[in-house]
Design a protein around this ligand. Structure first.
Ligand code: NAD
Length: 248
């Protein structure tokens, strides 16, 4: 896949799945914008790494749940590159807490980033994609948004289910020139799951046909496919990447 000179924004890309997606796009020739919320150090390291692929890459600090941050980020990108070809809405948070202890604030924080953040970035970026008559948006949902087996991430699961619906609405809103699709990963080996107990993670691994969690690169591969012209007739769709959890 060749993304030479494409301008790609990956939200929440200083670590984890977003970082892998950013690296893959840079390897394929894209100008990548690393977006991060807090960790300037992590963002600088990854921006330097991907700049070594010879492309024009920058990092921008912005909280995707804050409208002003999003507006400023998109303005900066347009000032520098004049366009945005691909948007990957990857930034996300998960607060694991028993159902009985869950607070209203947990819901607000989770929905603000995982759902409203996607709406905001897509709204401001989509405007330019519509004008330039070209664009690809890929949202990172989760299998938790498709089916659920436990109740200690109820707000996360609801946000990821709603994101699948938002993906369809965005596809309608930005048709006919912008493809909007989603990826629903199962378990992926990242820091997001670092707090969970080893015993629980072992049990979860047993439920997967392939008997292992995904590497972030395995999610990036599917994101790049959806952002490529090979997927040009796929729109409003969600692709599971879960190692076969659904079959058990
Ligand atoms: P991670 O915690 O390692 O990375 C998430 C990144 O998003 C971090 O860099 C964080 O700073 C950033 N972020 C969070 N809130 C933000 C905000 N408001 N504005 C800007 N950036 C923000 O997690 P990950 O595992 O790499 O997750 C990436 C995406 O994949 C998330 O949407 C997550 O829900 C989804 N996902 C992860 C798994 C998994 O098992 N790890 C499974 C399915 C889906």
């Amino acid at each position: 896949m060749n993304f030479s000179n494409k301008v790609v924004l990956v939200t929440g890309s200083s670590r984890g799945i977003g970082r892998s997606i950013a690296v893959r796009f840079a390897k394929e020739g894209a100008n990548v914008i690393i977006n991060y919320r807090n960790n300037t150090g992590e963002a600088e390291v990854i921006t330097e790494i991907i700049s070594n692929y010879g492309n024009d890459c920058i990092s921008i600090k912005a909280d995707v749940s804050k409208e002003n941050d999003v507006k400023e980020m998109v303005n900066k990108i347009i000032e520098k590159y004049g366009r945005i070809d691909i948007l990957v809405n990857n930034a996300g948070i998960a607060i694991d807490r028993d159902f009985a202890d869950r607070k209203i604030k947990d819901w607000h924080d989770t929905l603000d980033t995982n759902l409203i953040g996607v709406f905001l970035v897509s709204k401001y970026v989509g405007k330019y994609m519509r004008e330039q008559k070209y664009g690809k948006i890929v949202n990172i949902s989760s299998t938790n948004g498709l089916d659920t087996t436990y109740t200690y991430s109820v707000d996360y699961d609801a946000s990821k289910a709603a994101l699948i619906n938002l993906t369809k609405n965005l596809a309608i809103e930005f048709s006919p020139y912008v493809n909007v699709n989603a990826v629903a990963p199962g378990w992926v080996d990242t820091e997001m799951n670092a707090e969970l107990s080893k015993e629980y993670l072992r049990e979860e691994k047993e439920k997967i046909l392939l008997k292992r969690f995904a590497e972030p690169e395995e999610i990036a591969d599917v994101v790049l496919f959806l952002a490529s012209d090979k997927a040009r007739y796929i729109d409003g769709e969600t692709i599971r990447v879960d190692g076969g959890i659904k079959l058990l």
